[in-house]
Design a protein around this ligand. Structure first.
Ligand code: FAD
Length: 319
């Protein structure tokens, strides 16, 4: 009857979201008076999970599951849920889990709540708080099915340390043949991706042209951040489409989002509303972004950003 949590990893290492969903699963398990079982795929060292309240780890080591495939992973997680008799299954709201969760809900015959931001307000009935309308509103959702599937929003619950003495077990499920195999993955290396970034530095049309992105990249470098941009910037070919964030681009749920020379159109905000702290730098005090921001600097990016870089470098040098 333990709560089952799917802990994502990449190249054998846990992603931060894995630790966040483990923390969430522990909170649910405590409310239900039960334990937490984590399922991991091809992960080298699973002991880290015992810092986040996991009692048991099922480690799947299978070359067919070396790269993520939604159907195969969903099927295996469902087998783990059956083995553990889990009535509550937790995943993250990561890009991969957005493909996985609906398939898993079908395999488990489970009611599914996505974009969940808090521990359940009650586990009987099972009621959770979720974001709605691109993070502009919240709703309380009750899952009435026997098995419940919950996808937790990134950076919403946070990491909660809870030391446990997790036992580890190899789990060898049957892996379905689904006719699709990822042969190779060609990933940008040495750069923080928007999906994984804690901090995102984003530029808009106010930067006038691609030749001015040096300072955006330098600021991102100093902060260990990913770079992003508004839609017109990628449409104009100033930056790659992979950096376009917003309603029609990538969603951003970072801890800090710095918007430079971006007006704050509703379609842009729709994609970044889930970020915790938003900072805007814009010459126009009437720019709509200031209403959505936590901190704002009314000023010329070409003056403000170099000063910011200088101050941050000086600050880091003192550390
Ligand atoms: C269906 C649809 C979907 C869309 N999806 C998206 C989406 O996913 N993402 C997205 O971003 N947009 C999207 N858009 C476009 C959106 O409506 C806006 O047009 C766009 O976000 C504006 O981009 P921007 O803020 O970079 O440019 P602008 O609106 O041109 O704003 C530039 C800003 O820079 C400021 N500025 C100028 N000079 C400086 C300076 N020197 N220093 C500091 N600030 C300066 C200006 O005051 C201004 O506020 C979509 C639109 C539609 C219709």
């Amino acid at each position: 009857m333990s709560v089952l949590v799917y802990t994502e990893s990449e190249q054998g290492k846990f992603k931060k979201t894995a630790l966040e969903v483990a923390s969430y699963a522990k909170a649910v398990a405590d409310q239900m008076g039960t334990t937490v079982t984590a399922i991991t795929f091809n992960t080298e060292d699973t002991s880290l999970l015992s810092n986040y309240g996991v009692d048991k780890v099922l480690n799947v080591n299978n070359s067919q599951l070396e790269t993520f495939n939604a159907n195969g992973y969903a099927n295996v997680i469902a087998q783990a849920a059956a083995k553990e008799a889990s009535k509550v299954v937790i995943v993250s709201s990561s890009a991969d889990c957005k493909y996985l969760a609906p398939l898993l809900a079908i395999d488990l015959n489970a009611g599914f709540a996505s974009n969940v931001v808090e521990a359940p307000s009650s586990t009987s009935p099972f009621t959770v708080k979720r974001t709605a309308f691109t993070n502009k509103a919240f709703n309380m959702t009750t899952i009435n099915s026997d098995v419940k599937l919950v996808a937790v929003s990134k950076n919403a619950f946070g990491l909660k340390e809870n030391s446990s003495s997790a036992t580890a077990e190899d789990f060898a499920p049957s892996v379905p043949e689904n006719g699709v195999k990822v042969e190779s993955v060609d990933k940008v290396s040495g750069k923080v991706t928007i999906a994984d970034a804690e901090i995102v530095v984003s530029g808009g049309r106010g930067l006038k042209g691609p030749e001015n992105w040096g300072m955006i990249e330098e600021l991102a470098d100093v902060l260990g951040a990913a770079t992003a941009c508004s839609k017109p910037v990628s449409d104009l070919g100033w930056r790659p489409h992979s950096e376009h964030v917003g309603q029609t681009g990538k969603p951003v749920a970072s801890n800090l989002y710095i918007a430079i020379g971006i007006s704050g159109a509703i379609q842009h905000l729709a994609g970044i509303n889930a970020s915790k702290v938003k900072v805007v730098i814009n010459t126009d005090p009437e720019a709509p972004f200031f209403k959505a921001a936590d901190y704002g600097i009314v000023g010329d990016a070409f003056e403000v950003v170099p000063k910011l870089i200088e101050k941050l470098k000086a600050f880091k040098a003192q550390q």
